[in-house]
Design a binder for this molecule. Structure first.
Ligand SMILES: [Zn+2]
Ligand SMILES: [Zn+2]
Length: 244
């Protein structure tokens, strides 16, 4: 088995998904197809709001809430985001969405998992299920796959937490959120999700790729809380910093 794997990686060396450089099989301990240089340069979200994962400016003390959450708490209870949405991460997520590179989803899933583990996020309590943010059926047909499901699959397999595929649907096709400000986004997404069957889960972890203003995940969390889900968390690849 070991020999076969070595032979395979020699014949089909994995390439860094950002720069194309060959990634050695041994350096690639976490199954992440990224070279050391690209990995080291990624904008990890080190200091963030505990409630919504908004990147906080350097100098603000850790483990705190952002100004927006202090003014009004979101419907979800906690949030983790691996990266700030900037630089190479924008490119990485763009690849994930539009070039059908499932391998990116796997790499990103592995990265998210390592953050959850290191942070001890799952040491005290585990979610009962993972809920990838549903796409509207027409959007899904257009794109061919839901990137959040691909990421959830990796986490589900490693942690043996089931994925909820059907209980929540996107019942209304919304116009793209890009270019809208926070309050217009909130209006745009209102009542976009509906719960179609009984939810028996107490604690749900929503999986999304990019959280911009947080209105989509917050709306989903609101719908879940209305259905008596006690605890809702958000796990995303990247969270946009506040503009300006
Ligand atoms: Zn690279
Ligand atoms: Zn916040």
């Amino acid at each position: 088995m070991e020999l076969a794997l070595t032979l395979l990686s020699f014949l089909f060396p994995s390439r860094c998904i950002l720069c194309g450089q060959t990634v050695s099989a041994h350096a690639d301990k976490k199954n992440i197809e990224l070279c050391g240089d690209c990995y080291g340069a990624l904008p990890f979200n080190m200091n963030y709001c505990l409630r919504c994962a908004l990147p906080l400016v350097d100098g603000v003390s850790k483990n705190t809430l952002c100004g927006r959450c202090v003014r009004r708490l979101p419907d979800h209870d906690y949030a983790y985001s691996l990266f700030r949405y900037e630089g190479d991460i924008i490119r990485l997520i763009h690849q994930l969405k539009f070039s059908e590179k499932i391998i990116c989803a796997r790499s990103i899933g592995e990265l998210l998992l390592s953050v959850l583990m290191e942070d001890g996020a799952l040491s005290t309590e585990r979610p009962d299920c993972l809920l990838p943010v549903p796409l509207h059926p027409s959007r899904l047909r257009q794109r061919g796959f839901n990137q959040s499901i691909e990421i959830a699959r990796v986490i589900s397999k490693k942690l043996s937490i089931p994925i909820e595929y059907d209980a929540v649907i996107r019942c209304r096709r919304t116009t793209a959120q890009t270019g809208l400000n926070a309050s217009r986004r909130q209006k745009n997404i209102k009542d976009a999700f509906s719960v179609t069957s009984e939810l028996s889960h107490r604690h749900i972890l929503i999986i999304d790729d990019v959280v911009t203003t947080g209105s989509t995940v917050n709306e989903l969390a609101r719908v879940l809380k209305n259905k008596k889900v006690e605890r809702v968390g958000i796990l995303s690849i990247a969270r946009a910093p506040v503009k300006g």
